[in-house]
Design a binder for this molecule. Structure first.
Ligand SMILES: [Zn+2]
Length: 405
């Protein structure tokens, strides 16, 4: 048993919160899930504030910090949210304004707990001497979300009907922004000139951090497996990332984009748009999502929960409509027999991917980081953990995406 935070249920004493694994009101996610964070009841103060993350509910912050303004926030703020008498925060009602502050904190802290468990050490923030705490502002009047040293600021997305959907209520966006903070601390940031591939790497990894984190919320995994019968390549809430993306772009982890589909990849960073920088990281996200799904299916075959022929059929690229129907029928019938094996295999694949990701980050230097070096580091990390066993599977996923020099 490693130090990994396996399941929420494994934390007997911690502080209770309620979070929405998907934006409130999405079908199947009408009610928030109770989660337990590592800090003991009584150790998280009003804010919430645990000394490392501190929520500041600004009254009217109209723009995020720029390179010239820094935390702490000096404007008018709403009263910090206090815990209940036993130290928990799960009684705050989702319809209250205070819920955004508590929800943002809970999701960010959960992601931090999860990745510190995988890393095996506490994360030392980038520029921690200057910014000992990450200031979290749950409501900034801007249509975006931003993580910078010392702060995470959350704005909103406008829906087609003009309604504001606040990122403080979006687990995916919160986890993605905390992902940037974790990567800044663990991989580092190269001086003044961030390359296009470094930015693409950050976006890809932040998406993967989000995707792996949400799998730690049991109600989410249950919903996912029930809705797909364990066929993770079917469109679902796991591979459809950031429906509320700050770039108003629906990204997906399950896609067929290879580097050859991105002819702009050789352009200098200054000529790339924000959305092209995100796209550039998609083949890496796709490759590592494929690794997760293939390891999941390989486990299922090993448990005897699905036949190998079904796993092979589902992993081929460009299946016909007939194939898709057969895959669907196959997963439905096998999931119905032994659903518990699917849950076990999903936890295995989740931790498998995360453990290799954190080891790969140790091997990367921000100055020379390329998408190829990131993929190669994942492969090297895997060899260090389990020798040759998964090398071919991982290499094929990377090669198929044409991630090359
Ligand atoms: Zn991002």
């Amino acid at each position: 048993m490693s130090g990994i935070l396996k399941e929420q249920a494994d934390i007997p004493v911690g502080t209770r919160f309620r979070v929405f694994p998907q934006y409130p009101g999405e079908p199947g996610f009408e009610e928030p899930a109770v989660i337990v964070l590592k800090p003991k009841p009584g150790t998280i103060g009003s804010g919430p504030d645990d000394g490392r993350l501190r929520v500041i509910d600004a009254v009217a912050k109209t723009r995020p910090y720029t390179g010239l303004e820094f935390p702490p926030y000096r404007g008018t703020v709403h009263a910090p949210v206090a815990p209940d008498p036993s130290g928990h925060f799960d009684r705050v009602n989702p319809s209250q304004r205070e819920f955004k502050a508590v929800h943002a904190y809970a999701c960010l802290r959960l992601v931090l707990d999860i990745w510190e468990s995988y890393l095996g050490h506490p994360i030392h923030w980038l520029m921690q001497e200057t910014f000992p705490q990450i200031e979290v502002i749950p409501r900034v009047e801007f249509p975006n979300a931003q993580a910078s040293p010392g702060s995470i600021e959350l704005g909103y997305a406008l829906t087609e009907s003009g309604e504001r959907r606040w990122f403080a209520l979006s687990f995916d966006v919160l986890a993605h922004e905390m992902g940037h903070i974790i990567l800044g601390a663990e991989v580092g940031i190269s001086g003044a000139h961030l390359s296009a591939e470094y930015i693409a790497f950050q976006e890809s990894m932040a998406d993967l951090i989000s995707l792996i984190s949400v799998l730690h919320i049991e109600s989410f995994s249950n919903h996912l497996l029930t809705a797909t019968n364990g066929n993770l390549y079917a469109p679902n809430e796991l591979n459809r990332l950031a429906e509320l993306s700050p770039t108003s772009q629906i990204r997906s982890a399950s896609h067929n984009i290879t580097m050859l589909d991105l002819p702009f990849r050789y352009l200098p960073r200054a000529r790339l748009t924000q959305s092209q920088l995100h796209l550039l990281g998609q083949p890496l996200t796709g490759a590592l999502f494929d690794v997760l799904v293939e390891v999941f299916q390989q486990q299922l075959v090993e448990y005897g929960a699905i036949p190998e022929a079904l796993a092979r059929l589902s992993m081929q690229h460009g299946p016909t409509a007939d194939d898709l129907a057969r895959i669907d029928r196959g997963f439905s019938s096998h999931y119905a027999v032994r659903p518990e094996y699917f849950h076990q295999a999903l936890r295995f694949a989740r931790d498998f991917t995360a453990e290799r990701l954190v080891r790969s980050w140790e091997l990367l230097k921000p100055e020379r980081l390329t998408l190829l070096s990131a993929a190669a580091a994942f492969l090297t990390a895997d060899r260090a953990i389990s020798g040759e066993r998964y090398q071919k599977l991982i290499l094929e996923c990377i090669q198929w995406r044409k991630i090359a020099a």
